[in-house]
Write a protein that binds this ligand. Structure first.
Ligand SMILES: [Zn+2]
Length: 227
């Protein structure tokens, strides 16, 4: 029950969230009041989430909100409501008990790539190692935003840790906010590298070179020994 929520855990998670949001803003992964990020309490009874209309650079202990996993928003002192992305955060937490934090940004390179209808490729060895695949989630059938019901099933695959929504933005998940944040950074970096590669390949009339199959030499050795 909400009365039993761990106050110290809430404060610690709020401070984590404020630091992660600031890092996203400083890296220009999220400007204005868009995007959203959240983290589960250790008990997984509730999450801390950024409210609607508050920028990543303006998160405070006072304006962050607490929402039970069933969607009940706990009363807060400020007249704010959780972001419209709340539903998809809850949907992912309900489907995956290994995910305790979600960072969602409207970062331009990755969102641009997905908006062209292209899945951001796992082009770097780090992406192969850390992510494996980041599926493209298209707009809904009426060309509106991706709903929680659309996003949730992509995360039923336990290997999926990140995704990119066309015309919307990235999703990174993890055990901690920092882990989720790293994925959002890697997605954006990879989309930027992919854009440069694609531009160079086209400008020089080249055949696209092969993609990496393995993220680490250890994985390569293990796979080749097994095969
Ligand atoms: Zn968004």
């Amino acid at each position: 029950m909400s009365d039993n929520l761990d106050f110290h855990d809430i404060l610690a998670k709020k401070d984590d969230l404020i630091a992660t949001a600031k890092r996203c803003f400083d890296l220009r992964l999220q400007t204005n009041a868009g995007g959203n990020l959240s983290v589960c309490l250790a008990s997984r009874e509730a999450i801390v989430i950024k409210p609607s209309g508050v920028g990543y650079n303006e998160c405070t202990r006072e304006n962050l909100q607490i929402v039970l996993l069933d969607g009940t928003v706990l009363p807060s002192e400020l007249p704010l409501k959780p972001s419209k992305d709340l539903e998809f955060h809850l949907e992912i937490y309900r489907r995956r008990d290994d995910i305790d934090a979600i960072v969602h940004c409207h970062s331009p390179w990755a969102t641009g790539y997905a908006s062209a209808g292209l899945e951001v490729p796992c082009l770097t060895v780090q992406t192969v190692e850390k992510i494996g695949r980041m599926p493209l989630i298209p707009l809904n059938d009426d060309l509106g935003p991706q709903s929680a019901e659309m996003i949730g099933p992509y995360f039923d695959d336990p290997n999926i840790r990140a995704a990119v929504m066309a015309n919307h933005g990235t999703i990174g998940t993890g055990k901690t906010l920092l882990a989720a944040q790293y994925l959002v950074e890697i997605i954006e970096e990879t989309a930027h590298i992919a854009f440069v590669r694609d531009a160079m390949v086209a400008a020089h009339g080249l055949q696209a070179p092969p993609m990496p199959r393995f993220g680490t030499l250890k994985d390569q050795e293990a796979a080749l020994a097994g095969g």
